[in-house]
Design a protein around this ligand. Structure first.
Ligand SMILES: N[C@@H](CCC(=O)N[C@@H](CS)C(=O)NCC(=O)O)C(=O)O
Length: 211
């Protein structure tokens, strides 16, 4: 019953899905669809993900896209440590944090701060300071809100949940940007969370290589 994840190693959302697979100990094949060279919009990938985004997922003929749907499925369909709180309030908090990442944090942290400071110069362009500054303001707000919702050493208290896996890849890229790293360092509870998460085998194994 093969599991296939379609998405490049450098993609934050693909990494979230891989983190769930790694945490559960599920063997999978990674099909590195290179979105930066336009492969996301090739007909074969659009058939898996109509918006041309990554990741897309397959298990035993079952096809799925949208990262939170994938990670929930992985947690519920496979044996291994539970990645969702057992109680309704804990699961609601976890879902809330994933929603905050999708709606407010990812675009600011990765799409603006990291993109302007790291990717634009890497591609020979000139960063747009206004976009970077807007991203930084939205990043500070999102980090403050998430830190305020933290229930313990990890985002939802207890063990690692899908919320930790949803946020972590975006934080990795945010911290590569000088301005992003200093905004993140101003969040003491999240900084301690980062150090704790960083030591996990799943996190080390899926660390993106850039450049
Ligand atoms: N809502 C999607 C978002 C996925 C997403 O934005 N993936 C990024 C890479 S981390 C992507 O595919 N970007 C390419 C594009 O937007 O064309 C999900 O939850 O899977």
């Amino acid at each position: 019953m093969p599991v296939i994840l379609h998405g490049p190693g450098y993609s934050t959302y693909s990494r979230t899905a891989r983190l769930a697979l790694e945490e559960k100990g599920v063997a999978y094949e990674l099909n590195e669809v290179d979105i930066l060279s336009g492969k996301g919009h090739a007909p074969e990938h659009l058939a898996r993900q109509p918006w041309g985004k990554v990741p897309a997922f397959e298990h035993d003929g079952f096809h799925l896209f949208e990262t939170f749907a994938i990670t929930r499925y992985v947690d519920e369909a496979f044996p291994g440590p539970a990645l969702q709180p057992a109680d309704a309030k804990g699961r609601a908090r976890m879902t809330q944090i994933c929603g905050i990442v999708d709606s407010y944090a990812y675009g600011a942290m990765v799409g603006k701060v990291f993109w302007q400071e790291i990717i634009v110069p890497m591609q020979g362009g000139t960063p747009d300071a206004k976009v970077a500054e807007e991203g930084l303001a939205a990043t500070r707000k999102a980090l403050g809100v998430i830190e305020g919702l933290m229930a313990g050493d990890l985002l939802c208290g207890g063990g690692v949940t899908l919320a930790d896996l949803h946020l972590l890849p975006a934080v990795e890229y945010l911290r590569m940007a000088r301005a992003g790293a200093s905004a993140f360092a101003a969040s003491p509870k999240l900084s301690a969370w980062w150090d704790r998460m960083n030591a996990r085998d799943s996190v080390v194994k899926t660390r993106p290589k850039l450049g």
